[in-house]
Design a binder for this molecule. Structure first.
Ligand code: ZN
Length: 263
């Protein structure tokens, strides 16, 4: 018959007092599963002694840490992979545009810049007024373009005809610049979005897995420490008992010797 106060350890098959170990039903499920993996025949009522339990607890912590490290690696790998994608390549728009600009485009830019300024309007208005005064009054005695200033009109039409395409060239370049900038912005946005997503998954991982795992490790540590303290206390009690027995034996021997000498 099995004594109800003792149980057989499923690892080494030795008999222990129930206080020297735990039943699998009292263990947390993950730890019990690790033990069941090694001993498929183990049931809820199987018993494991404290020293073997300690080994399994340490194994459980090791597995937990390995699992956490793997999860972190996975996220970090995803992050570095995502950030080197072609989608995220940025171009220096200004340098690019400067490198491909032609001589004609440069002139068009300069003309558009000058023609679209107040100095141009003022100087040109001044020129027309002087031209008209000269040809109305005839200061130098000659009216080379009398009223209604047909030559001036011809000049103005020519300038207008040339100015329009030049401004269009310059505007096309500005539009191309804006297009490249927008493309760059789009890539920057994509990259930020991806980074935020990865950061989110990292945060989620920390909140949902790391924190509980950390508490779990602490709990395991405290359990292991508690067991060690229990074992130490037990050992101390046994030592004291042994000492007391020995003292008693020594006293008995001394009394015996005293009795013998008295006789
Ligand atoms: Zn054992």
């Amino acid at each position: 018959m099995i004594n109800p106060q003792t149980a057989t350890c499923l690892v080494d098959g030795k008999v222990y007092a129930i206080s020297d170990g735990l039943f699998l039903s009292d263990l947390e499920p993950k730890l019990a599963n690790i033990i069941r993996n090694d001993y498929p025949k183990a049931t809820k009522n199987s018993f494991i002694c404290n020293p073997h339990l300690l080994t399994y607890r340490l194994e459980r912590m090791r597995r937990q840490q390995r699992q956490d490290a793997r999860a972190h690696d996975k996220i970090n790998r995803k992050m570095s992979q995502a950030l080197v994608k072609d989608n995220f390549q940025l171009t220096n728009v200004y340098d690019n545009m400067e490198a491909t600009i032609t001589f004609g485009e440069r002139i068009a830019d300069a003309v558009a810049k000058y023609a679209g300024s107040w100095p141009f309007i003022i100087i040109f208005s001044g020129f027309m007024i002087v031209w008209m005064i000269l040809n109305t009054v005839g200061i130098f005695g000659a009216k080379f373009d009398p009223f209604p200033f047909i030559l001036l009109n011809l000049f103005l039409s020519m300038i207008a005809a040339l100015q329009a395409p030049l401004i269009m060239i310059s505007q096309n370049r500005a539009a191309e610049y804006d297009r490249l900038e927008a493309k760059n912005d789009y890539h920057v946005n994509l990259k930020s979005e991806e980074e935020i997503r990865l950061l989110h998954s990292k945060l989620d991982h920390i909140i949902s897995d790391d924190n509980p795992n950390l508490f779990e490790s602490q709990r395991l540590t405290v359990e292991v420490l508690g067991e060690m303290v229990n074992q130490l206390t037990e050992t101390r009690q046994q030592l004291e008992l042994l000492k007391a027995t020995q003292d008693q034996a020594n006293k008995d021997i001394a009394i015996d010797q005293k009795n013998k000498t008295n006789e």
